[in-house]
Design a protein around this ligand. Structure first.
Ligand code: G16
Length: 557
């Protein structure tokens, strides 16, 4: 770094003193905390984004969001050149930057890192960053801090894309770096066009208009509902009613949204008994998660159709298309056997994993956090990953996409079953976000597949019966005291806690239980599964008590 760059960094960073006594870490999904604590962190992540852009010579994304957290929290995360999460190799640098106590320590860290990574400030294209934010009131101020961080690197440019869903920003970054159209309009066009392609390919004889009833969507009082209002008008024939957009009175994620619905299993605000029997869905605060649900008559409870069920629906559909291609191998010879892989986490309901295994699918379990699932799914020709909380997508490898494109042009004059299967797979690859889990594209794919199969949500929900489960969170003095292994299924620290959990779990029929430190909130999460709801509740409560005993004065919530 030359002197001019060093003095610019020193001067700008002196306006962004970090809050005293706060240690932040780039967790499951970037930095998250009370929004009032984040100005200096976001400024520093702006610097990191510019360095990442120089290193990769690509456009980088910076999103201001705390997704499912309460409205007073906020956060910041980076989208890498391919639209995915920040390379995990850079996370320690992000932690160090965020926690540097003064400008000279910050400068030293940057200097060392730039040298180690061989980042050049003079050769190549200048740094370029796309900025997005969700609807949180603190978002504007934090975008401003990010811009100042970016302009602390000489020549770096930022583009403020305004209020977006997180997956929209990831999609735009990926599209920009692929040299394809990347505006919000292009995003809506691509999604709606591919949805309509899938609907046009529905087998003859199915009366699409009959099954085309409405879906009622809870927008979590956030950005997703607003964007869905735009998208729905482009998807001819699909009837979507949005509740809880950001324009109403309700607070973001409060008594609404995918996280609330999935964890509490109750009806979100804004829904009335007139929705009983209808297909309902819920997005989270930045629309990267989606769950479906059915309201139960005379009760606040719901039947949850979660990420595992979406995964199962998608897996069945993709498998069906691959089987058509295999059965017609003479028309569509493939030089290799395309691999189809499924990625879940320990939160996946045991019934879903058994169901998928019975379909003969290859299943892999990773720790929580889409960065881990995405990485694993990208090893397959088609990799489907979902967390039970509704965060997931389907990835297509370059190898299978080129093969499908080539088959499509070979077969273009025919209208055989193989060609339809090829077209369906290509449409799915364009509809479902290739960068990250995306509630809006997920919703359109679910809707298209339900039309294709002619299934109601009830029929879809009956693919298998979930084992009863319960999730709790426990406040502890220091959540980092819990260290896990084996994709978060075993606790290795503090000593003795796993044995206590095991002996409690053994008392329950079909009992399964694990704990993990949250990466987005200051809590330990407890997940329990058992043969009945009472037993799952009792196991979760018993293990929450164990956590409390080992880790201090917390309380289950
Ligand atoms: C984020 C991640 C998700 C992950 C969730 C878990 O979700 O993007 O992949 O499942 O955190 O949170 P925790 O570690 O607190 O259990 P989101 O929707 O908040 O970005």
């Amino acid at each position: 770094m030359n002197e001019e760059q060093r003095s610019l960094l020193l001067q700008c960073s002196s306006h962004f003193a970090p809050p005293k006594g706060v240690k932040l870490s780039y967790g499951t999904a970037g930095f998250r905390a009370d929004a009032t604590l984040l100005r200096s962190t976001v400024y520093r992540v702006g610097i990191l984004a510019a360095l990442r852009s120089l290193k990769t010579q690509s456009v980088i994304g910076l999103m201001i969001t705390a997704s499912h957290n309460k409205v007073s929290d906020n956060g910041v995360k980076i989208a890498d050149p391919n639209g995915g999460m920040l390379s995990q190799q850079w996370e320690p640098f992000a932690d160090a930057l965020a926690n540097a106590s003064d400008p000279s320590e910050l400068l030293q860290l940057i200097d060392d890192f730039v040298r180690k990574e061989g980042i050049s400030f003079d050769n190549g294209r200048p740094a370029e960053i796309l900025l997005g934010r969700d609807t949180r009131p603190s978002g504007k101020l934090l975008v401003d801090a990010a811009r100042q961080g970016i302009s602390s690197i000489i020549g770096a440019i930022s583009h403020d894309m305004g209020v977006l869903t997180t997956p929209q920003l990831h999609w735009m970054v990926r599209a920009r770096n692929m040299g394809i159209k990347s505006t919000e309009h292009d995003y809506f066009q691509q999604l709606s066009h591919s949805y309509k392609c899938l609907v046009e390919l529905i087998p003859n004889g199915k009366d699409v208009s009959k099954s085309n009833d409405k879906v009622v969507v809870d927008g979590a009082n956030g950005v997703g509902g607003d964007k869905l209002e735009v998208l729905k008008h482009l998807c001819g024939g699909l009837i979507i009613e949005v509740r809880n957009s950001s324009k109403g009175e309700g607070a973001l994620n409060e008594g609404v949204g995918a996280d609330f619905v999935q964890k509490e299993k109750v009806v979100p605000s804004g829904f009335s008994p007139s929705e009983i029997g209808l297909r309902c869905a819920s997005l989270d605060g930045d629309a990267d998660r989606l769950v479906y649900f059915l309201m139960q008559p005379d009760s606040k409870m719901i039947d949850l159709v979660d990420g595992d069920k979406m995964l199962s629906l998608f897996a069945l559909f993709i498998k069906e298309q691959l089987n058509v291609l295999k059965d017609n191998e003479n028309e569509t010879p493939c030089p290799y056997h395309p691999s189809l892989g499924i990625v879940q986490t320990a939160y996946a309901n045991g019934a879903s994993t058994s169901y998928l295994k019975n379909l003969g699918l290859d299943i892999f379990i990773t720790p929580t956090g889409v960065k881990y699932l995405h990485e694993k799914a990208s090893e397959y020709d088609i990799g489907i990953y979902f967390e039970a909380n509704g965060h997931g997508t389907i990835l297509f490898s370059d190898r299978i996409l080129s093969w499908l494109e080539a088959r499509n042009s070979d077969l273009s004059s025919s209208s055989t079953e193989s060609q339809k299967a090829v077209l369906r797979l290509l449409a799915v690859s364009k509809l479902i976000n290739q960068a990250v889990g995306d509630a809006l594209s997920g919703l359109l794919l679910v809707e298209a597949i339900l039309l294709h199969t002619g299934w109601s949500i009830q029929k879809w929900n009956e693919l298998y019966r979930d084992l009863p489960s319960r999730q709790l969170k426990v406040k502890v003095v220091d959540r980092t005291a819990v260290v896990t292994a084996n994709a978060e299924t075993v606790v290795v620290q503090p000593a003795g806690i796993q044995e206590a959990i095991d002996s409690e779990t053994a008392k329950y029929r079909h009992g399964r239980c694990f704990i993990r430190p949250s990466g987005t909130e200051d809590v330990i999460r407890v997940y329990a599964e058992a043969a009945s709801q009472e037993e799952a509740d009792s196991l979760a409560n018993a293990v929450a008590k164990i956590v409390d005993q080992f880790l201090g004065s917390g309380s289950s919530q």
